[in-house]
Design a protein around this ligand. Structure first.
Ligand code: DGP
Length: 112
């Protein structure tokens, strides 16, 4: 399958690994928008949140637990943001589900 994140998960493209287990792979975003910008992706190819099914509900919960652990490891005590961009209007550019973990600086709301 011609999916950049599938290739990263399989080690066919380089990435800066942050965490890995049997279900997810987390790595540094190539274009960070904050001092911490990590992507948590399921090893299973899911196009995006819109394509999620009930059987993947535990997997998505696990992605958030991993995000929390990475935030703790990085000492993001002041806060951080977890984001799914869903579809083109929201800015989704890679169509393999991924959770952004962004932190290490003050953030504005609403996002752009
Ligand atoms: P989104 O716009 O929500 O689909 O986020 C996609 C993110 O993926 C974006 O912040 C840049 C990042 N990205 C795209 N291609 C690569 C890559 O090859 N390596 C890494 N590390 N990150 C990538």
């Amino acid at each position: 399958m011609d999916c950049v994140f599938c290739k990263i998960v399989k080690g066919q493209l380089p990435s800066k690994k942050v965490f890995e287990d049997e279900r997810v792979y987390a790595f540094e975003d190539i274009n960070p928008v904050a001092p911490t910008h990590v992507l948590i992706v399921p090893k299973k190819h899911i196009v995006g949140l819109q394509e999620l099914t009930e059987e993947d509900a535990c997997l998505v919960g696990h992605m958030f637990v991993v995000a929390k652990r990475i935030a703790q490891e990085r000492n993001l005590k002041g806060g951080y943001r977890t984001v799914f961009n869903v579809g083109e209007d929201a800015g989704q550019s890679v169509f393999h589900l991924h959770l952004h973990l962004i932190g290490g600086r003050k953030m504005a709301w609403p996002p752009g």
